[in-house]
Ligand binder design. Structure first.
Ligand code: NDP
Ligand code: MG
Length: 394
């Protein structure tokens, strides 16, 4: 029996994780669940999975959730705050941690799981983008097992040879990172500025949380994934090619020196990478239907248009620059996306904000979590200033 903490249980990845857990009661048992704003959903999840602990943001939410759980006669203990998230990610009873909190707030608990040597199922790409060096050092020194949940990285992981590792390339030449292109792949360029949050979140192939959906529409998501792939697989940015593949059937590919290209295919459903990582190195049923390869019929590929997707260009530059650049990019993007979702910034303003922050804030070489967090804070303040200047709205 594997004991699991799900950080961000109430989100899209969290729900898909619990769907897989429910299919294998003989294999997986939930130790702790965390939520943030959706307390009713968290209470329902506690009712179904009966975790030892539930974590929420603050004392008030904890009191509210405790009330809901008492009426269900549940013994789940309710705790709150960042330290509780870290403690439940690192608890000795826990074998696996699903890191599925969205954004920079996910870094500390995800890092705590790595430092405690857990099997870390990494959905929170922001952890690696912000603090890849520190994170990978923690994984190595605590001998944690890091398994990618992001569908592209999970696909790459599945296509890499078993001989791939530190100092061993196993004949790999490069990686082809596929991208759907999101909902705005072919809308006229001059209409992008007027796109609404609901239009940006209407992804053609994937059901995801709102932040990553907007990142897919700007293709910042692919830029963050490029940085994530560099850390996970010890690659240089030049060894990764971003390829637009609108059908989202191939989830990424690995090219070898002999000219072979291996691809992982499947329906776009996150339960596949989740089940793969949870059961690795075995395989379990995920609930995902077979891919109908005949109905799929064709697979298209194209190069990304960097004029349409300036966020991808900015992320590629930050990947090449290294140091604090990816952390600044990530923080500025989080603030800009929140402003867009809140109706304070037009869609095209997201790239403008990120670009301005990268010009304004000095790029450094952070060597501690505190230094990374101070870069993150600086970029957030700068992004707020830029938004006010661009829009006149505070
Ligand atoms: P969602 O927005 O659906 O879920 C986010 C989760 O984080 C929710 O449980 C939410 O709680 C919780 N949360 C939000 N803010 C805070 C906070 N301040 N403190 C603690 N918890 C918080 O996001 P997704 O599930 O889509 O994405 C989660 C992560 O996985 C992201 O890093 C994303 O990039 C990555 N990912 C997602 C994919 C997907 O298909 N969805 C694919 C690949 C990667 P609540 O809802 O209760 O407020
Ligand atoms: Mg992805």
């Amino acid at each position: 029996m594997q004991y699991l903490t799900v950080l961000g249980a109430t989100g899209s990845i969290g729900e898909n994780t619990l769907d897989v857990v429910a299919r294998h009661p003989d294999r997986f048992r939930v130790f702790a669940l965390s939520g943030h704003s959706q307390l009713d959903k968290l209470a329902r999840q506690c009712g179904q999975f009966k975790p030892n602990y539930a974590v929420v943001a603050d004392r008030e939410s904890a009191a509210l959730l405790s009330g809901k759980l008492r009426s269900l006669s549940l013994a789940t203990e309710v705790v709150f705050g960042q330290q509780a998230l870290c403690d439940l990610a690192a608890a000795p009873e826990v074998d696996m941690v699903m890191a599925a909190i969205v954004g920079a707030v996910g870094l500390r608990p995800t890092l705590a799981a790595a430092q405690a040597g857990k099997k870390v199922l990494l959905a929170n790409k922001e952890s690696l983008v912000m603090a890849g060096g520190l994170f990978m050092d923690a994984v190595r020194s605590a001998q944690a097992t890091l398994l990618p949940i992001d569908s592209e990285h999970n696909a790459i992981f599945q296509c890499l040879p078993t001989t791939y590792g530190p100092g061993q390339r196993g004949g790999v030449r490069r990686v082809l990172l596929t991208a759907s292109g999101g909902p705005f792949l072919s809308v006229p360029l001059d209409s992008l500025a007027a796109m609404t949050p609901d239009q940006a979140c209407a992804h053609p192939n994937w059901q995801m949380g709102r932040k990553i959906s907007v990142d897919s529409a700007t293709m910042m998501n692919k830029g963050l994934e490029l940085i994530e792939a560099c850390w996970l697989f010890d690659l240089r940015p030049e060894e990764i090619e971003v390829v637009i593949h609108p059908q989202s059937v191939i989830h990424s590919m690995v090219e070898y020196v002999d000219g072979s290209i291996l691809a992982q295919l499947g329906n776009p459903d996150m339960r596949t990478p989740i089940a793969h990582a949870m059961a690795w190195p075995e395989r379990v049923v995920s609930g995902v239907a077979s891919l109908d390869i005949i109905r799929t019929a064709r697979l298209d590929f194209a190069a990304p248009d960097l004029q349409r997707f300036p966020c991808l260009q900015l992320a590629m530059e930050a990947a090449r620059r290294g140091g604090s650049a990816p952390a600044l990019l990530n923080a500025a993007n989080e603030v800009a996306v929140a402003a867009f979702l809140g109706g304070r910034l037009p869609f095209t303003g997201i790239a403008e904000v990120v670009s301005a922050v990268l010009d304004r804030v000095e790029i450094t070489e952070p060597d501690s979590l505190e230094a990374v967090q101070s870069c993150d804070q600086m970029a957030r303040r700068s992004a707020e200033e830029v938004i006010v200047q661009l829009t006149g709205k505070g």
